[in-house]
Design a protein around this ligand. Structure first.
Ligand SMILES: [Zn+2]
Length: 382
């Protein structure tokens, strides 16, 4: 069966790869959501090698859509500090086919004469430390003057602790959400391959400086504009734009070869923000997740949303429930991207939008219900 098709390289089935990657991603963000009833948060349970069903709030998505053989599988990309312009770097983390990390994000680095600015703190001790070590290497050991968090999800801010005492900046919404999540954060990082060696004390550090929009730095011969683009992926999204270099660090406004993660999203506004970016004078886009690329890949993600929104709307108008709608929708080429189970959360967010009940917070109950119903329908179909 197509679902059991092996990936090249490491002998994992797609189901295994998808399950593991999705778990990492969902756990990371859920761990910061502070939502009641969230189980097995990032840090509470490491991704299991034999995890067979991605879970959202403890509820498993039992049947993942199979690989669609009519379309190519994802590419794979490597971890690298990529220089994009003089004193401008993207720290891209590995992913794609054969990798296990849908929740592993990218960061940015802007080097100045005496210091440097990081854009995002990443999500696990080993990754943040590796990023910091690479930053020190390319800068000749300069200290950080600022860390700017793009938004509140764990895979972007959980590494903040390794930048202390550097000032940490964000949109006020991002700070508020991180502050809320402090109480739910475990005291240690459990040992997990490629993430934590099990010795680190864990401390969630909220941003201590907030700004609303358009904070501009002149650093290393570059103008770097931190701009608010929300509500989109969350209500606090910041991107970094370098107009003279035609580079946009889009953070989670952009997912390349991964299904966009919509737990806190306002999908229609997110689409509008993507449309605006497509009209900007930009050649290079650094996504929050996926390889460094450009407008073509951003447009692919926008097409994903256009297709999804149309399909969900038809079923909403036909008075289907979100779980039934998700079970009925076939995403075609997007089923080959990482995180196909995100269809559930994304459908729920669109329903909330259509109903007029959308809030910045995750719809935990709505999402759980949709998964239970989706599973029941898939089980019947056998
Ligand atoms: Zn995110």
């Amino acid at each position: 069966m197509p679902e059991e098709k092996k990936f090249d390289g490491d002998g994992l089935t797609r189901r295994e790869v998808m399950a593991r990657t999705a778990w990492a991603g969902l756990g990371a963000a859920a761990g910061l959501a502070g939502a009641a009833g969230v189980e097995k948060l990032l840090g509470a349970t490491a991704p299991r090698v034999d995890e067979s069903s991605p879970r959202i709030f403890g509820v498993s998505v039992e049947v993942l859509p199979p690989i669609d053989d009519r379309y190519p599988v994802m590419p794979a990309w490597k971890t690298a500090m990529r220089q994009l312009a003089p004193n401008v770097y993207a720290y891209q983390q590995e992913g794609g086919t054969g990798h296990i990390n849908a929740g592993i994000s990218n960061a940015g680095l802007f080097v100045g004469e005496n210091s440097m600015i990081a854009f995002d703190g990443l999500g696990y001790p080993m990754q943040t430390k590796a990023f910091i070590a690479e930053a020190k290497k390319v800068s000749g050991g300069k200290p950080f003057s600022e860390l700017i968090d793009s938004h509140h999800h764990g895979d972007h801010v959980a590494g903040n602790q390794f930048f202390v005492p550097t000032p940490i900046l964000s949109h006020p919404y991002c700070r508020d959400e991180v502050v809320k999540a402090v109480a739910n954060t475990p005291a240690t990082w459990p040992k997990a391959e490629g993430q934590a060696d099990g010795t680190e004390v864990r401390k969630l550090v909220p941003p201590n400086v907030t700004f609303e929009d358009n904070l501009v730095y002149y650093i290393g011969g570059n103008r770097v504009e931190f701009r608010f683009v929300g509500p989109a992926h969350t209500w606090g999204d910041m991107v970094a734009y370098l107009p003279e270099r035609k580079i946009l660090f889009a953070a989670d406004l952009a997912f390349f070869y991964l299904i966009p993660y919509c737990h806190n999203a306002y999908v229609s506004k997110w689409m509008e923000s993507m449309e605006k970016v497509l009209k900007m004078d930009v050649d290079t886009i650094v996504p929050g997740h996926g390889p460094v690329a450009g407008k073509k890949e951003l447009n692919d993600s926008l097409e994903y949303f256009r297709f999804l929104k149309t399909e969900v709307k038809k079923r909403y108008d036909a008075k289907m429930t979100p779980g039934a709608a998700a079970a009925d929708i076939k995403m075609g080429k997007y089923d080959n991207w990482m995180g196909p189970e995100r269809l559930l959360m994304n459908t729920v967010r669109l329903y909330d939008e259509f109903k007029g009940t959308l809030k910045p917070d995750i719809d935990v109950e709505g999402t759980k219900q949709a998964i239970v119903e989706y599973n029941a329908i898939k089980a019947k179909k056998g």
